[in-house]
Write a protein that binds this ligand. Structure first.
Ligand SMILES: [Zn+2]
Length: 75
């Protein structure tokens, strides 16, 4: 008895991306961009929206945040 390789039917699954993210909004979101206060983390910049420039002087800063993979920096 000899084993015969079975002829596989072509299992072609056409990969046609039908999902199109509706990111047509070209609204420029200003980011805060403030670097982390630690000298070792100056590459970490705040990704929160920039604070409203209309805020009166003396308004405390928001809580700066930066998500880096699993790490979330908050300062
Ligand atoms: Zn910030």
């Amino acid at each position: 008895m000899s084993t015969r390789a079975k002829a596989k039917p072509d299992d072609e699954t056409p990969e046609t991306p039908s999902e199109q993210p509706a990111e047509a909004e070209q609204q420029e979101q200003q980011l805060c961009g403030k670097p982390h206060f630690l000298p070792a983390l100056t590459h970490v910049t705040c990704t929160q929206p920039a604070p409203d420039p209309d805020l009166p002087p003396g308004t405390p800063d928001h809580q700066h945040q930066h998500q880096d993979g699993d790490a979330l920096y908050i300062w």
